[in-house]
Design a protein around this ligand. Structure first.
Ligand code: PSU
Ligand code: MN
Length: 303
């Protein structure tokens, strides 16, 4: 693509102003889950949003072309070709588009592209955050920083449990990012419904969440926020057992020298292996539930 074509493509991105759209990321498909469960989950998540009367918008980059709303065939292609697909965060976005590469967007990159298309609600599984040992490695996900830049509400099940949770919360507080429990006073811990981390804010209905999003924009805060929605009880895993599994996975990553953008995908895959697939089941259940809540919030916001 020539520069003029890239400019035209970006100018012609769809505009979802006033529409009950819900953005969805693609890294969770390409790097977060194995094939074929990844594709099956991505399509089921879209259906969950449609069943609520909202519009699913899966976002990614195919051969340099930004896709805001992918077809089932494109989603299938993303899930199948995952080895060749770049994991694209803020840093990688312009490179991927300008060089004609294919890329799966992380939470951060999806927030940027969804905001360009005026989408205000986004559903995912878990956020990136401050990794354990970040005091030495400096590994802090670009997801966190993005919340102080892109005005979009993300419905997730908290930061991923593989992270250093207290440091992630401190970082978000420093950046001025609201973390709101959705029908819970405590931070959900991704695979586990409850935790000892009490949150300052809670909303219990889509209308209350929509009011908060609208007020954020009226105050010109120009920033994102996190709705932390717990995994459904029947899929919630035992927190103490998961902590052991996570420690084992983190130690193995450390021994193997895995770092940078490879760390999160490595840990998630290792945990699937160590739990005999239980963590994958949990991950699938929680993202569907987040999609449902995100659809309800987006509808309330666009009434
Ligand atoms: N949530 C999941 N599975 C995932 C991710 C989120 O349930 O794979 C992805 C998201 O795209 C998130 C990324 O932005 O992991 C974080 O990667 P990192 O820690 O390298 O920033
Ligand atoms: Mn990282």
């Amino acid at each position: 693509m020539e520069i003029a074509e890239i400019a035209k493509m970006i100018k012609n991105l769809p505009d979802f102003t006033g529409k009950p759209a819900v953005a969805l990321e693609t890294t969770i498909i390409s790097h977060g889950m194995p094939y074929p469960q990844n594709v099956k989950t991505a399509l089921a998540v879209e259906q969950t949003i449609r069943d609520q009367g909202a519009i699913p918008v899966t976002i990614g980059i195919l051969d340099g072309e930004i896709k805001i709303g992918m077809t089932p065939d494109e989603i299938e292609e993303f899930g199948r070709r995952h080895a060749e697909i770049m994991k694209v965060s803020r840093r990688d976005l312009a490179y991927c588009v300008s060089q004609g590469r294919s890329g799966a967007t992380t939470v951060a990159a999806t927030m940027i592209l969804a905001s360009l298309a005026h989408i205000r609600v986004f559903a995912t599984g878990g956020l990136g955050g401050v990794h354990r040992g970040a005091q030495q490695t400096f590994d802090i996900s670009a997801d966190l920083e993005e919340f102080s830049r892109s005005p979009i509400a993300v419905v997730c099940s908290g930061p991923k449990a593989i992270l250093d949770i207290p440091l992630t919360l401190e970082y978000l507080e420093t950046k001025g990012v609201p973390v709101i429990g959705y029908q819970t006073p405590n931070l959900p811990l991704f695979y586990t419904r409850d935790s000892k981390y009490h949150l300052e804010a809670e909303t219990d209905t889509p209308e209350a969440a929509a009011k908060l999003i609208e007020t954020t924009s009226l105050l010109n805060l120009h920033q994102g926020m996190i709705f932390a929605n717990p995994i459904p009880a029947e899929y919630s895993l035992d927190g103490a057992k998961m902590e052991k599994v996570i420690e084992e996975a983190v130690n193995e990553a450390d021994d193997k020298g895995i770092k940078g953008k490879d760390l999160t995908p490595f840990l998630l895959a290792k945990i699937v292996e160590l739990t005999g697939g239980k963590s994958l089941e949990a991950n699938i259940a929680l993202i569907k539930n987040n999609a449902k809540v995100a659809a309800q919030i987006s509808k309330a916001l666009n009434k």
